[in-house]
Each structure stands twice: as structure tokens, then as C-alpha cells.
Ligand binder design. Structure first.
Ligand code: ADE
Length: 229
């Protein structure tokens, strides 16, 4: 997979991709992440990428020209499955969207800032708008990193134990069951006996029951009816 992330603050995207799983995915050649500085596509004397809003009001608006130039340059080189704009009023990100996007070959992610982008970008250049939650961040970069992480970890071979992505919370409509490690007892707080029993079927049953219980408590009504669980 190739991810092209367009931003006016490229430094904000340095650290999320230079550590741990996201770094390893790139080193293994399973994903290429390219961050593009919108300023490199600005045509004005001062290399501006934003301007005052027509009609007045507080806040700057990201201009269409540099965004269009950057997207056009990328599209000349390859086809993209989606051109995504990170925005608080986009579709809410969930696991099934991440699963679907993890099958893509090439994706562009555009990060918004200030009062967002000129509406014509959304009307003519973008194929999809995604939000990571109903709250407003200072810009789309952190949201883009969240989206990228949720997608990249699902690409086969990225996680060393492939089954671990399949047992993530939400993959089967359930949140994950509790997990424990050594010591088996700490300050009198004990690990459930069944997990120490070595009885795989009982452990699986216990984990499923705990996942169902947690899902009912923490996401009531969200994952279908009780009979689905
Ligand atoms: N940009 C600002 N807030 C955002 C959010 N919640 N999701 C996606 N992009 C954003």
C-alpha cells in the first residue's frame, strides 16, 4: 500500500511513522508513507496555502490551488482508490471502514487546518471525508495518523502475529476481553484461575463471555441484538 499525506505541517507527521509497528511496516516494504508539504505547491510570492474567508469571519481557509496542484501531480503518477479529507464532520471512523481501506493500493489523505479547506476542494477533488470522532482537533494531521495506524496494522504481515489483528476489539463486533500477565498474584489481586488452567476450550469460552459482558456494558445497543452475541 502507498499512502500520500498532504499537509501544511509536515513535521507533525514525523514521529507517528518513525517508531514501532508503523515504522516496521515501512521497513518491511509493506507500506510506503509519503508526506507532502503543501507549501511546495504554493504559487504565490509568500508561498501561502491559506487566505481570508470570502464574506468575512474569523479564521483562514486553505486555498484550492496548492491542494489541486499536489493532488494532480500525484494522480499523474498513479491511480488512487480514494482521496480522503480528514474533517470533524466526515463519516465516523470505525473498524469496518479501516478493514475496507486496508485493501486499498493507493490512498491520498488531505489534512485540513484553520477553518478547513475551500469548499470546492470537497466538491471536486475529494472522494471521501473521514472524522475520527465528534470533537475538533487543531488540524487533520493527528487524525490522519490515527486513520493510517488503524489501516496499516491490518495489512497482512505488518503484525508479527497475524492473528492478533483479527482478535482486536471490534473485529467480531465485540470489545476485547481482559488480558493478564505475570505475576499471577500481585498485592493479593489474582489472575482468574481459568487462565492458569491450560484448558484451551475453557479459556476461549471465558474470553468470549467476558467480551460479551464488556460489550454490553460499554457499548450497549451498538453491536446488534443480544442474540447476535
Ligand atoms: N480535523 C479536526 N478535527 C478532526 C476530527 N475529529 N477528525 C478528523 N479530522 C479532524
Amino acid at each position: 500500500m502507498r499512502l500520500d499525506i498532504i499537509t501544511c505541517l509536515p513535521r507533525l507527521l514525523e514521529s507517528p511513522f518513525s517508531d514501532s509497528i508503523l515504522k516496521r511496516a515501512q521497513t518491511k516494504g509493506l507500506v510506503e508513507v509519503h508526506v507532502h508539504d503543501l507549501r511546495d505547491y504554493a504559487t504565490s510570492k509568500h508561498k501561502s496555502t491559506d487566505d481570508y474567508a470570502f464574506g468575512g469571519g474569523a479564521g483562514m481557509v486553505m486555498m484550492i490551488e496548492p491542494i489541486d496542484a499536489c493532488i494532480a501531480c500525484l494522480k499523474e503518477q498513479r491511480n488512487y482508490d480514494d482521496i480522503i479529507y480528514m474533517s470533524p464532520d466526515g463519516e465516523l471512523l470505525n473498524q469496518s471502514m479501516a478493514n475496507q481501506l486496508s485493501l486499498a493500493k493507493n490512498l491520498i489523505i488531505l489534512c485540513g487546518h484553520y477553518k478547513g479547506v475551500d469548499e470546492r476542494v470537497r466538491e471536486h477533488l475529494i472522494t471521501r471525508e473521514i472524522s475520527i470522532g465528534d470533537y475538533v482537533l487543531s488540524g487533520g494531521e493527528i487524525a490522519a495518523a490515527v486513520l493510517a495506524d488503524s489501516i496499516i496494522r491490518l495489512i497482512p504481515g505488518v503484525l508479527s502475529d497475524e492473528s492478533s489483528a483479527l482478535t482486536d476489539s471490534f473485529q467480531d463486533g465485540l470489545v476485547a476481553p481482559p488480558a493478564y500477565t505475570r505475576p499471577a498474584e500481585y498485592k493479593g489481586w489474582k489472575v482468574p484461575e481459568v487462565l492458569l488452567s491450560g484448558h484451551e476450550a475453557n479459556i476461549e469460552k471465558w474470553r468470549h463471555e467476558k467480551a460479551v459482558e464488556r460489550t454490553k456494558n460499554r457499548r450497549p445497543g451498538q453491536f446488534g441484538s443480544d442474540s447476535d452475541l
